[in-house]
Design a protein around this ligand. Structure first.
Ligand code: SF4
Length: 478
């Protein structure tokens, strides 16, 4: 296996980072999308939004773009229903309407920004109607940093509810019956082949792969809570992991990615599940040479910066480094948690800078600083890279949509990455052909090229500097 060790980079906090942006947080799509998506992917679950029509339009559009194939309920409001409290009554009526036990196990109601800020009290909704569970959540953009963490908010609320039910008495068994072996519950939305690959890795340990949280069905929540150990594949699911911890389940961080990641993960899972060291050694013997062989056959050569908001960024970076890539920077919009510590430490030891809660400006600064051959990132990062004629790949659609775990994951990135790297000459040709056409103030299609007015911007800058100086002097006086 080839890994590249670079000196620890000296990237400084970005001077232009948006410390006073709308939410003072990483840029993200509407966070409520994460919770909405989790609800829409569950069988026999109705999802209702309460919020501004423009927000609901965007959220339903995105849901259907990602193949929801399910109606989204909506309780609209106006100033009057909001301020008089009638909106809550209408949400209450909508929930009753949807709580049909023949159709639904659960109804999820999500307060968007305005109803949350106005204090529409979803916690006063009944917990259950006709045997249908009712789950009300506030998921405002000003309170939840990323859409990834909104998935955790709903998953955690459902686990809490299901844990309470399991504590009261017998609950439904999973579809297909209980596992004949101890199981490992996986936490995090991943490529569909990954749970299958993880299941194969667990076989020599005498373990089965349990449900994946967020689950696709209510009854799977009980089986998830019943896992012998919990694998925090995506480390930002802090609410869900809290429920597992309360249920007394050991939690294992990181994931079986590449050679080193798989070796460490098998050891941690073996220890959490009380598997003998001989069995762990046998599992490593079975899988590690195969992973090493695949990595050697699919090398990646090139300097890469990487950023995203899915929560799997550190795992992808590990795989790239083990494939031979010179990875300099990993930015994730998700927060730092104990469950990503093994990945952060491993990457730091290879000289890779890891930035949690990374802003767009930090991601762009990393691109400028490290001059990569390939940029993997969010839409605006990819756009900025392509404008500079640097090949770039969109993390969510092109990297997240591949297996990462075990032998199947080891070689899965090489083809897409190497194809993108090989595109440099095409970018150079396009750059040479178009030159500076359509840059900056002249971007877009015009009959007359717009006239740049740099004096206007200079004027704004002077005014902003004056205001900032005034604020500083007032703050100093106080
Ligand atoms: S205003 Fe709030 S609910 Fe609406 S789109 Fe923005 S973050 Fe989402």
């Amino acid at each position: 296996m080839t890994t590249t060790t670079t000196p620890q980079p000296a990237l400084q906090p970005c001077a232009s980072a948006p410390r006073q942006g709308p939410h003072d947080r990483p840029q993200t799509m509407c966070p409520a999308f994460g919770a909405l998506r989790v609800g829409l992917r569950m069988r026999r679950t109705a999802t209702i939004l309460s919020g501004s029509a423009c927000c609901v339009y965007g959220l339903t559009f995105t849901s259907h773009f990602y193949g929801a194939r399910r109606s989204v309920g909506y309780v609209p409001f106006d100033s009057e229903t909001l301020v008089t409290g009638q909106l809550f009554e209408e949400v209450h009526a909508a929930v009753h309407q949807q709580a049909d036990p023949h159709k639904h196990d659960a109804v999820v109601v999500i307060n968007l920004c305005v109803p949350t800020a106005s204090g529409v009290p979803l916690r006063l909704l009944p917990k259950e109607i006709n045997g249908v569970r009712i789950i009300g959540l506030d998921v405002p953009g000003f309170g939840v940093a990323t859409h990834a963490e909104a998935k955790d908010i709903l998953a955690g609320a459902m686990l809490k509810y299901a844990r309470g039910e399991a504590e009261q008495g017998p609950v439904q068994a999973p579809r297909g019956g209980r596992s004949d072996k101890p199981t490992v519950t996986l936490v995090g939305e991943m490529f569909p082949a990954d749970p299958v690959g993880i299941g194969a890795l667990l076989q020599p340990l005498g373990l089965n792969c349990g449900p994946v949280v967020p689950t696709r069905e209510w009854r799977e929540l009980y089986a998830a809570l019943d896992g012998t150990a919990i694998a925090a594949i995506h480390p930002f699911y802090t609410n869900a992991l809290h429920e597992f911890a309360v249920a007394g389940r050991p939690i294992v961080g990181s994931a079986p990615v590449g050679h080193d990641g798989t070796a460490a993960w098998l050891e941690s899972i073996g220890s959490a599940c009380g598997v003998t060291s001989a069995k762990v050694a046998a599992a490593k013997q079975q899988w590690l040479p195969a992973i090493q062989g695949v990595l050697a056959q699919a090398p990646i050569r090139g300097r890469i910066t990487l950023s995203g908001y899915e929560g799997s960024e550190l795992l992808v970076a590990r795989l790239l480094v083990e494939s031979g890539a010179d990875v300099r920077y990993v930015g994730t919009a998700c927060p730092r948690t104990p469950w990503s510590a093994p990945d952060r430490e491993w990457l730091a030891a290879k000289g890779v800078m890891v930035s949690y809660r990374a802003s767009l400006e930090q991601d762009l600064q990393a691109m400028d600083e490290f001059q990569p051959d390939l940029v993997i990132g969010t839409t605006p990062v990819v756009q900025a890279a392509k404008q500079q004629a640097i090949p770039a790949l969109y993390f969510t659609n092109l990297i997240s949509a591949r297996p990462l775990m075990g032998p199947a994951g080891a070689g899965s990135l090489a083809q897409v990455i190497n194809t993108a790297l090989a595109n440099q000459s095409r970018f150079d040709a396009m750059h040479a052909f178009f030159g500076d056409t359509g840059q900056g103030h002249a971007a877009g299609i015009w009959e007359d090229t717009p006239q740049d007015r740099p004096e206007f911007r200079a004027n704004y800058r002077r005014q902003l500097a004056r205001q900032a100086a005034q604020r500083r002097s007032v703050g100093g006086a106080a």
